[in-house]
Design a binder for this molecule. Sequence first.
Ligand SMILES: CC(C)=CCC/C(C)=C/CC/C(C)=C/CC/C(C)=C/CC/C(C)=C/CC/C(C)=C/CC/C(C)=C/COP(=O)(O)OP(=O)(O)O
Ligand SMILES: O=P(O)(O)OC[C@@H](O)CO
Ligand SMILES: [Mg+2]
Length: 231
Amino acid sequence: MIDSQYWSHVFKLDPDKPISDEALEAICESGTDAVIIGGTYGITYEKVIDLLGRIRRYALPCVLEVSNQDAIVPGFDHYFVPLVLNATNPEWILKPHQRAIKAFGTMIPWEDVSVVGYCVLNPASAVSELTQSETNLSLDDVVAYGRLAAHMLKLPYFYLEYSGTVGEASFVQAVYQQLKKETDLHLFYGGGISNRTQAETMLNGADTVVVGNVIYEDLRQALQTVPEGKR
Ligand SMILES: CC(C)=CCC/C(C)=C/CC/C(C)=C/CC/C(C)=C/CC/C(C)=C/CC/C(C)=C/CC/C(C)=C/COP(=O)(O)OP(=O)(O)O
Ligand SMILES: O=P(O)(O)OC[C@@H](O)CO
Ligand SMILES: [Mg+2]
């Protein structure tokens, strides 16, 4: 089991991007609460198993954000299965999930699997293009997706996904305040966090912030996004 209710900060590593042993050590020993392995394109079984093996030298929890069936590797502490709630391409709503469940059958360790409801908000992101997400959403639209996730689908997690760009802090905080008032959802925020101030700001609108791209652009700044008390 993972204790994600206590996570305030996680790093997201992309198997399609090279990372040195030194950088990986710094990430894994940064004090972050967990590492998620995920990304949109170029995610293969070989790349995922290689990265998992390297991360396993360290004690922190490691979660696979499942993005394609062929890259599902056993041995993770947990699996996040994405449901892109605002996808408009029907091919990406439930079909890949049904295919994977058909392929893996009874081998799926369901106790280690959580479904994560994503609301994708950056129209220029790879995940938005792939799933043809409807990103021009008002506060009421996003809150309605959160309510749908909590009350209709009974999901544990809701992920505001700005991948590659920073969301408007007041908007993210308004979503957070509304959904925390009325649901038990655990809220992830991810997108564009590239320094400590941004991480602190976005933590006012999330239970957990996810830090990705900056790892590959400026490792020193990435490490600074870990909250002071954890380092
Ligand atoms: C035997 C064993 C260990 C089994 C466990 C396997 C398991 C978890 C089984 C469950 C079965 C199941 C339901 C699997 C789902 C399979 C699947 C392919 C689902 C599709 C998910 C989906 C909607 C994908 C499209 C969108 C996508 C890529 C989502 C990933 C999350 C995301 C927002 C990525 C964006 O990341 P980012 O870093 O921003 O991307 P880029 O850097 O590339 O831009
Ligand atoms: O890569 P960035 O922009 O930090 O986004 C993190 C994460 O939300 C991507 O799924
Ligand atoms: Mg990424």
